[in-house]
Design a protein around this ligand. Structure first.
Ligand SMILES: Cc1cc2nc3c(=O)[nH]c(=O)nc-3n(C[C@H](O)[C@H](O)[C@H](O)COP(=O)(O)O)c2cc1C
Ligand SMILES: Nc1ncnc2c1ncn2[C@@H]1O[C@H](COP(=O)(O)OP(=O)(O)OP(=O)(O)O)[C@@H](O)[C@H]1O
Length: 322
């Protein structure tokens, strides 16, 4: 039987094959370096024991239910999170609906309930700061005690730090909003990446010498408005398709040409013309923040600035390559 890579909750987990299960638990928004320490421990043990490595994540983020007036804005949609978790070596991602019933399970009942749904469960992998159960009263000490009662093992990863501070999705969200892309990318351990389907624009860019691909995109956690050095590629590609194009992008409301616009648009100008057109699904890697978006006195001033932006982005890529 082919292994399902994605399971829509613990109720569906009966489809899993009967192999020893190594389960990493958490939200994993961003799949940052701290998350990967947890996930990779599960993957390594599963490989050594011919077991199965899985993650249990939640959908939506618990805050949507528990704090609906101020929910957490996610760095990436659930589908991308799943893909990144699988790319880290996991066999399966279980996306548990975070319902009122699930939220009401007490810390004491959490493991017995999990075992009912996942009878092959052997080891749980979490970070040392992980909390669980109603009111988040369960901590790793309690998890260890409960695991012993239920014949399970626990691996709790020490906190992964960067610049002396723990890495967390929250820290990455703040850096992204502030345009600190170097921090975002360092904490993620890969380049922040989004995707979208190219849409036709007003073609004004072409007339000023900077044709752009417009990539409509409505993130929960939006980056700072401004100009970025980016790399684009086809979103759905075969493993031997390594083609990518460097360029410069504006993520903003274009005050110079679109007075009163409030919905930000992502526009990418690639240095070499890429083979993409309206309707193509592309991926955008956000490599560096260059400057804030501004209103210019006319198209010519904007054109001169974009010329400088493109030069700055080229310098960035040249330095990176060298
Ligand atoms: C690198 C780059 C930087 C940009 N910076 C600004 C800016 O600071 N202010 C602004 O109003 N528009 C800015 N724009 C957006 C342009 O106004 C927009 O690309 C142009 O109007 C063409 O849009 P269209 O091809 O969709 O018609 C920038 C675009 C690019 C590609
Ligand atoms: N820096 C880290 N080092 C090791 N483990 C981590 C780290 N950050 C999170 N984890 C663990 O990874 C799993 C998923 O983490 P989760 O997404 O819940 O936390 P987070 O990244 O701190 O997010 P947030 O900032 O939104 O609370 C949990 O088991 C958590 O304990």
């Amino acid at each position: 039987m082919k292994l399902p890579a994605h399971i829509a909750g613990l109720d569906e987990a009966r489809d899993l094959p009967a192999r020893p299960l190594h389960l990493a638990i958490g939200m994993f928004d961003g799949v940052h370096l701290g998350h990967r320490a947890v996930v990779e421990a599960a993957v390594a043990s599963a490989r050594n024991t011919r077991g199965l490595a899985a993650a249990l994540t939640f959908d939506p983020h618990p805050s949507r239910l528990l704090r609906p007036d101020a929910p957490v804005c996610l760095l990436q949609p659930a589908g991308i999170r799943s893909r990144r978790l699988l790319a880290a070596g996991l066999d399966v991602v279980i996306a548990q609906p975070f319902t009122p019933e699930f939220a009401a399970v007490s810390a004491e009942d959490f493991l017995p309930n999990l075992l009912k749904a996942l009878p092959e469960l052997r080891t749980i992998y979490v970070g040392e700061n992980w909390r669980f159960g109603r009111g988040r009263v369960g901590d790793v000490a309690m998890l260890n005690a409960e695991a012993r009662k239920n014949g399970l093992r626990v691996f709790s990863a020490p906190r992964v730090n960067f610049d002396g501070e723990p890495i967390s999705s929250t820290r990455i969200r703040v850096a992204l909003r502030e345009g600190r892309l170097d921090t975002v990318n360092a904490l993620l351990g890969y380049t922040y990446c989004t995707d979208g389907v190219v849409k036709g624009g007003q073609q004004l860019g072409r007339t000023i010498g900077f044709p752009t691909l417009n990539v409509p995109w409505a993130p929960e956690c939006a980056p700072r408005l401004g100009v970025y050095a980016v790399r684009i590629r086809r979103a759905v590609r075969t493993s031997d398709d390594t083609a990518s194009w460097e360029g410069v992008a504006n993520y903003g409301v274009r005050p110079t040409v679109a007075d009163g616009e409030t919905t930000p648009l992502l526009e990418v100008h690639a240095f070499e013309t890429p083979p993409f057109d309206a309707g193509d699904h592309i991926e955008v890697e956000w490599c560096a923040f260059l400057r804030d978006e501004r209103r210019f006195d006319g198209i010519e001033a904007l054109r001169r600035q974009i010329d400088q932006d493109a030069a700055a982005a080229r310098r960035f890529f040249a330095e990176q390559a060298g």
